[in-house]
Design a binder for this molecule. Structure first.
Ligand code: ADP
Ligand code: MG
Length: 690
């Protein structure tokens, strides 16, 4: 059978319907998928020692001959072992297999094998337990660097390795070389075929590093190209023209003067919407910088031009909050607002839907429910997404599709500061307005980094603030099974257990509630609503509260195990307090004695500049985090761990920019492979180049 990249894995020997299904769960359907399924790590099985020389306690391969027939013995019910004596020129060793009775027949007296495992005992009483073994000279699993793959039930590492080993030699050369030769040469990148073979079965550690570097480069290069193409494509489309208005009329609606940053962002958005091309703008600003005002201005502009707008928030409570505050602001200007959420009653839902379709609502405020079938507009021309990292690009696109033929203007608001170095990759297809200024009179959240020894004092501080009428957040990391949570509590239930402890032992006189990600959405919303209404004093939570609910009365944020969070995330979290007229405090509890982690956290007590913090985070933790789950909109990166790859990132970006400058649409024949790869990479995002 001639293998090609399109060959279905079911045609490979040893893959039946059950295994094919299991492989499908890993996204492996074809031979091509198999080749692109990169190992998550590697095990060094290259080191071959003699029995006498093997360093005690280290994992090594030992080549030896089976000296006597293997013997089986039954220790007790359910525990059988096979013992083998193996010898080489230097010594003898005892190899023991637990519950692998088939080894009795697999190993033959007088034959030579490679055993990989931990060498134990002194040279004269060498032992190995449950080693991996194969005939000497076979070189399938031993004597080489072994790939370790991410697995699922029904798929073993040996299965994937064996399949890849079968396909890679024949198929690695079939993968199109997407990097233009001059780019490859200029950046010293190895050829595609070499890399596909060596990312799976590296000839050496150097070869692996070469393959890895190329794939990281390739991935970032494609991403940059794709973003640039999306942008170019968008700029060709026609957008509704919103005629320029006297913005002072809008500013006069506000109970306060806009900040300079708000003015700038608003003017940039207004210019986009008057340009004849669809706006695609991101407003990026710290929590509390007043992004909602910019959104309101855009909706107001649309209204002045007889068009409808929709603003989508990530949670119901946030949608309600926006609905109330925007109504207060915009109703006096004659705008009609409607709320669209999942929990509305049937009658209310029908009323709003009818009003929307008849054009009797100018601004729809809602949750994902806005995307439902049956929600239709008469003339939707502006789509606003709040807290963009909770929305995929697909969802933005789905809402835009409700605008009909014409591309609507799109405004995205985000409080996640992305370091300048990454902005192009993360937001490459958006224009960005940065709001780097807070409304006047805000004092930065006073932030302290403390250890366990200050815990009682901190509890005292909580009591004092609550007695003054304030409210408190306590955030715990989502702890993995078996890890230590706050106060030594283990596993994810830590939040519940910790809340119970606070309630019963620490603050019996206070009203304590908790909320975590595993709760039903409805229950979560109810707990949050009660806190917002002031019915709870202390709210214990995982990071579900990260999203911008406004509780002006909350004055203190405590973060347990703060060292587990990224600085940017902590900065986001503390933005939840000090939003009203009360001073905001943040206490970062860190059990870790390590000076490094304390030093990292201290950045937060020194500055409240979100961008500086993001840059610092990037410097300390590498860019992997920024490409993590927070950025749903991006195509998934294979080599997610980009830590330490900043240099490659910059090189790839620069190379992509240069290439696009010389061939803007990637139309030259030598760029055809690249263009087709980029298209398929982005096709799953709901974006299209056609
Ligand atoms: P975010 O950028 O986090 O979405 P919001 O839009 O929710 O911020 O604004 C936070 C608070 O600041 C709101 O209560 C809002 O009314 C207030 N605010 C916004 N702009 C100004 C301003 N220019 N002056 C004073 N207060 C403002
Ligand atoms: Mg907001």
């Amino acid at each position: 059978m001639a293998l090609t990249l399109d060959t279905d894995v079911r045609e490979l020997p040893g893959v039946g319907p059950t295994r094919a299904k299991a492989l499908g769960r890993l996204g492996i359907v074809s031979v091509g998928d198999l080749l692109s399924y990169f190992p998550r790590s590697y095990e060094d099985r290259t080191k071959i020692c003699t029995i006498a020389d093997a360093p005690e306690g280290e994992s090594v391969c030992i080549a030896a001959m089976v000296a006597q027939p293997p013997r089986i013995s039954r220790i007790r019910r359910g525990l059988e072992l096979v013992r083998v004596k193996a010898v080489d020129d230097t010594a003898a060793m005892t190899v023991t297999f637990f519950n692998q009775t088939y080894m009795k027949d697999a190993l033959r007296q007088g034959e030579r094998y490679l055993f990989f495992g931990r060498a134990e005992g002194p040279p004269r009483a060498r032992q190995m337990t449950n080693p991996v073994c194969e005939r000497e000279g076979q070189g399938r699993f031993l004597g080489r660097i072994m790939p370790i793959y991410r697995l699922t039930a029904g798929v073993s590492n040996n299965l994937i390795s064996a399949l890849v080993e079968r396909c890679a030699p024949a198929c690695a050369e079939q993968v199109d070389e997407v990097l233009p030769t001059q780019v490859r040469l200029a950046h010293h990148l190895a050829q595609s075929e070499f890399c596909y073979r060596n990312i799976h079965f590296p000839e050496s550690w150097e070869a692996l590093e070469m393959a890895r570097r190329r794939f990281v480069f390739e991935e970032l290069f494609q991403l940059t190209c794709g973003m640039a193409l999306l942008r170019a494509r968008r700029e060709e489309k026609a957008g509704t023209v919103f005629s320029a208005q006297d913005l002072d009329k809008f500013w006069a609606l506000l109970p306060f003067a806009p900040t300079r940053a708000q003015r700038r962002a608003a003017e940039e958005a207004a210019a986009d919407m008057a340009s004849g091309r669809p706006m695609n703008r991101l407003v990026q600003g710290d929590v509390g910088s007043g992004k909602t005002v910019v959104a309101a201005l855009c909706a107001w502009l649309a209204f002045q031009n007889g068009a409808q707008s929709a603003i989508m928030a990530p949670t119901e409570i946030l949608a309600r909050q926006h609905f109330l505050s925007l109504s207060e602001l915009l109703a006096p200007a004659g705008m009609r607002l409607g709320l669209v959420t999942g929990s509305q009653g049937a009658a209310e839902r029908r009323r709003v839907r009818e009003a929307l379709v008849r054009g009797e609502i100018d601004l729809a405020v809602g949750t994902h429910a806005l995307l439902s079938e049956g929600v239709e507009f008469r003339r939707l021309s502006l789509v606003i997404a709040d807290e963009q990292h909770r929305f995929g690009v697909e969802q933005r696109a789905a809402l835009s599709a409700k605008a009909g033929e014409r591309s609507p203007h799109v405004l995205v608001m985000s409080a996640t500061p992305i370091p300048r170095t990454l902005a192009l990759i993360v937001y490459g297809d958006l224009d960005v307005s940065v709001m780097d200024e807070l409304p006047p009179g805000r004092t930065p959240v006073e932030t302290y980094v403390v250890g366990e020894n200050k815990r009682q004092r901190m509890y005292g501080f909580v009591r004092r603030l609550v007695s003054e009428g304030r409210q408190v957040y306590v955030v715990c990391p989502a702890v993995e099974e078996g890890e230590e949570g706050p106060e030594g509590l283990s596993d994810l239930k830590a939040v519940t257990a910790y809340a119970a402890k606070l309630k019963e032992e620490v603050f019996p006189e206070l009203r304590v509630a908790f909320v975590h990600g595993k709760m039903k959405a409805k229950d979560k919303e109810a707990v949050m609503a009660a806190f917002a209404a002031g019915e709870t004093d202390v709210l214990v939570s995982t990071t579900v509260i990260e999203v911008g609910v406004d509780v002006p009365n909350a004055a203190l944020m405590i973060v347990e195990n703060a060292e587990r969070f990224g600085l940017s995330q902590l900065h986001q979290l503390r933005g939840r307090v000090g939003r009203g007229k009360h001073r905001g405090y943040c206490v970062l509890m860190s059990a870790e004695r390590g000076e490094e982690s304390r030093k990292r956290l201290r950045v937060l007590s020194e500055t409240s500049d979100g961008f500086r913090i993001a840059e610092e985070d990037l410097r300390l933790r590498g860019p992997g985090d920024f490409f993590g789950e927070r950025q749903h909109g991006l195509p998934q990166l294979h080599l997610a761990d980009l830590a330490g790859d900043m240099q490659v990132l910059k090189e790839a970006q620069k190379a992509a920019e240069e290439l696009l400058a010389s061939d803007p649409g990637l139309r030259r024949p030598e760029h055809a492979a690249l263009l087709s790869r980029v298209k398929s990479l982005f096709s799953s995002r709901g974006d299209s180049f056609n």
